[in-house]
Design a protein around this ligand. Sequence first.
Ligand SMILES: *[C@@H]1O[C@H](CO)[C@@H](O)[C@H](O)[C@H]1NC(C)=O
Ligand SMILES: *[C@@H]1O[C@H](CO)[C@@H](O)[C@H](O)[C@H]1NC(C)=O
Ligand SMILES: *[C@@H]1O[C@H](CO)[C@@H](O)[C@H](O)[C@H]1NC(C)=O
Ligand SMILES: *[C@@H]1O[C@H](CO)[C@@H](O)[C@H](O)[C@H]1NC(C)=O
Ligand SMILES: *[C@@H]1O[C@H](CO)[C@@H](O)[C@H](O)[C@H]1NC(C)=O
Length: 389
Amino acid sequence: MIFRRSLVRSLKIVIVVFVIHSFLAFVQFLRPSDQVRHAQNGTYRTLDTKDDLILSDAITKASDSPRSKISQSRVMKIMDFNPKPNCAHRLKFKKCEFDACAMTTNPQEADILMFNAVNMKDLIVPKRPIGQIWLLYTREPITDRRMQYLNQSSYHGQFNWTRTYFSDSTFLSIYGLLIPRKRPQKDYEQIYHRKKYDVAWFVSKCSTSSRREDYVHRMSKFVQVHVYGGCGNFSCGSGGFDMGGSRDECLHKLSEEYKFYLSFENSFCRDYVTEKFFNVFPDIDVIPVVRGGAVYERLSTLDTYINAKDFASPEKLGRYLQELSRNKTQYLKMLQKKDEYDKIFPQHNAGCELCQAAHSRSPRHVFDDVYSWLTRPGNCWPPDDLSTN
Ligand SMILES: *[C@@H]1O[C@H](CO)[C@@H](O)[C@H](O)[C@H]1NC(C)=O
Ligand SMILES: *[C@@H]1O[C@H](CO)[C@@H](O)[C@H](O)[C@H]1NC(C)=O
Ligand SMILES: *[C@@H]1O[C@H](CO)[C@@H](O)[C@H](O)[C@H]1NC(C)=O
Ligand SMILES: *[C@@H]1O[C@H](CO)[C@@H](O)[C@H](O)[C@H]1NC(C)=O
Ligand SMILES: *[C@@H]1O[C@H](CO)[C@@H](O)[C@H](O)[C@H]1NC(C)=O
């Protein structure tokens, strides 16, 4: 009896909640288009207009729903609009919380059309169906000249979302993250003594906006640097060097024979740190020497890498590496600290992230001028460590 009464009571509560909820959703849906917030300085504006919303979306939005309430009423189609169809990215949705998504090759049926920021040259942009979301993505530094094709007024107010390494992108696309791990047992004395050389650098781009080539040239008067690949005199693997996998012969050589590796980025850009840094984690027994625009302190503890920024000139860094190379205690302390980290690749969740966003159709915004947003002051800058001796 008591049980039945409480059952009736909870049923009533459920019905009342449902009615209120539906009413609020309905009111929200009826609300006129409003609040188009403009940002004149090259950022995005938030859209509250419901012009391209279908009913089910409006209700989902209105309830300001927790993830689980977003309905997966149909399969969302995503297309990477690449001039070379064979090179188009294929996102994966298996094992995602929201998995009702599929890739398509037909831009007219795509819910999300993805554009690669370095592939915009001579692009014939397809007619945009109502409600289609445009996403611009890149992991390249914006000093890449190919991005200039984005500097067109026809792209103003077109891109809803961005996916880059800039922390204020709609979605983040980063090369890796470091996570703490238990340090493995290693014979560090033996590691130190087997190393024959000081510094290695694997590099394919010989002339860069960070002028790392000038930096290394000056540095190498104080510490020996072996340059692998087309820009130098050393080679291993098929392309002169290879940093592709943890088991390849170049990384092995690096780990066996060298004390330091130059993880020098080709551009100084905010938040920009590439595989050049992450590939020596875990268990490649070298200390990375970094030079780039990211705040490396946010990625890892100090004493797991050396930052060129902390040295007034390339000569000073060269001298320091030479010193540290000879100081077994200090060198191994650093290497052991580095061994407390492993890397992960969070960008492998791109499919899951976009699928969920496709279903929730949020965030709702549009970039007034995505090119200005990408290239705004402070995103990338020229080197400032080459003027002193
Ligand atoms: C420009 O952007 C900054 C943030 O990036 C913001 O604080 C400022 O209000 C914006 N100015 C205008 C005029 O929109
Ligand atoms: C972008 O386009 C505008 C207008 O055509 C031009 O004035 C400006 O110099 C261009 N910016 C770059 C970086 O090419
Ligand atoms: C490669 O070797 C040549 C000849 O010994 C030398 O002049 C040049 O500086 C070396 N290049 C690099 C990048 O070390
Ligand atoms: C090695 O480095 C440590 C820590 O900086 C320092 O105390 C020590 O004197 C150095 N040893 C030599 C031989 O330079
Ligand atoms: C995407 O941008 C278009 C064009 O500005 C706009 O009409 C549409 O409402 C935006 N959609 C979302 C989900 O922000």
